[in-house]
Design a binder for this molecule. Structure first.
Ligand code: GLY
Length: 283
C-alpha cells in the first residue's frame, strides 16, 4: 500500500492579514514533504506526529509557537492523537508553556488515561522533561491587543502507512481572545478521530464542531458502509443547515483523501502527498 498524508493549517485563518496565501502554501508544502519522508521511513503515528510538530513549530499557524492568546493574555493549547492500530485516543487540553503539545498527547498514549487538562497536563509534561517554552509571537500579541476573536486556525494531519494503519492528530491555540479555560474540539473525538477505515481532523469553530460530533460521525458512517466522500458531503450539508463554520481533512484505508468545508469557511489550508504528487489549497 502506498503511504498517504494529508495535513491542514486551519480554515480561513487569513483574518490576521499579516500573512499571504503564498506563505501558508510554502509552509504547508515544506512540512508535507518532510513529514511524508518520516511516514515512509517509519509508520503512520510517527508521520502524523512529526507533521503536527512541524506545524506547531511554524509561527504562521495557530498551534504551538504562534498560538492565539485567551482573554486573560495567556496561551492555552490543546492537542490530540489517535491511531487505528490500538484504537487509542490521547489528548491534552489547555496545556501551557510547552513547545509541542502534540508530543505530550502522544506520550500520554502510553498511560492508562485518555485526556489530561489544565495545570495537571502542564505538570505531567514537566515531569516528563518537557522544558518551559513561551509560544507567544509578536504577531499574536498584536492580535490580542486588538481583541481579535477568531474562530479559525488549528493544525492537523491524517496519515496512512504501508501497513494500512491510520493515525490522526490535531493541535490548536484556540480561537483567540476567548473566555479563559474555554475548550474547543481538537482534543475531543469531535475534532480528532479514526477507526481502521477512516480518520478525520477538523478545523473551524470548536463549538460548531462539537455540536455536530464531526470527526466521530464521519468515521462512524464510513464504518456503517458509506463512502468517505459521501460521509463528508453529508456532514457538510448538515452543518450548512446550521450555518456552522467548520472544515476537515479525511483519509480512508484505501488512500482516498478528502477536504470538506461549510459555506461559511473561505478555505481549508491543506496539503496532501501521495508519494508522487502534492496537492494544496493553492493549486
Ligand atoms: N477548532 C479549534 C477550536 O475551536 O479551538
Amino acid at each position: 500500500m502506498t503511504p498517504k498524508l494529508i495535513i491542514h493549517g486551519g480554515a480561513g485563518s487569513l483574518e490576521g492579514e499579516a500573512f499571504s496565501f503564498k506563505n501558508y502554501h510554502r509552509g504547508l508544502v515544506q512540512i508535507v514533504k518532510k513529514a511524508y519522508d518520516c511516514l515512509v521511513s517509519s509508520n503512520a503515528r510517527e508521520g502524523c506526529v512529526h507533521a503536527i510538530k512541524l506545524l506547531e513549530n511554524n509561527p504562521l499557524f495557530n498551534a504551538g509557537t504562534g498560538s492565539k492568546l485567551q482573554k486573560d493574555g495567556q496561551i492555552r493549547m490543546s492537542a490530540a492523537v489517535m491511531g487505528s492500530d490500538d484504537n487509542r485516543f490521547s489528548g491534552v487540553i489547555n496545556i501551557r508553556n510547552v513547545k509541542n503539545p502534540i508530543m505530550v498527547a502522544d506520550l500520554l498514549a502510553q498511560e492508562n488515561y485518555t485526556i489530561l487538562g489544565g495545570n495537571e497536563a502542564t505538570e505531567y509534561a514537566r515531569s516528563n522533561n518537557f522544558k518551559y517554552f513561551n509560544p507567544t509571537t509578536q504577531h499574536r500579541l498584536l492580535e490580542y491587543k486588538q481583541q481579535l476573536l477568531g474562530d479559525t486556525g488549528t493544525v492537523g494531519a491524517v496519515a496512512l502507512d504501508a501497513q494500512g494503519r491510520i493515525c490522526v492528530g490535531t493541535s490548536t491555540g484556540g480561537v483567540g481572545f476567548e473566555l479563559p479555560g474555554r475548550i474547543g474540539d481538537s482534543a475531543t473525538v469531535a475534532g480528532t478521530y479514526t477507526s481502521q477505515m477512516a480518520g478525520v481532523s477538523c478545523t473551524g469553530k470548536g463549538e460548531h464542531i462539537i455540536n455536530q460530533a464531526v470527526a466521530a460521525r464521519v468515521v462512524t458512517r464510513v464504518e456503517d458502509g458509506m463512502t468517505l466522500s459521501d460521509s463528508v458531503d453529508r456532514i457538510i450539508q448538515e452543518s450548512n443547515e446550521f450555518n456552522y463554520r467548520l472544515g476537515l481533512i479525511a483519509l480512508d484505508y484505501e488512500g482516498h483523501m478528502i477536504v470538506g468545508k461549510t459555506n461559511k469557511i473561505d478555505a481549508v489550508l491543506f496539503a496532501q502527498h501521495d508519494g508522487n504528487t502534492f496537492k494544496t489549497f493553492y493549486d
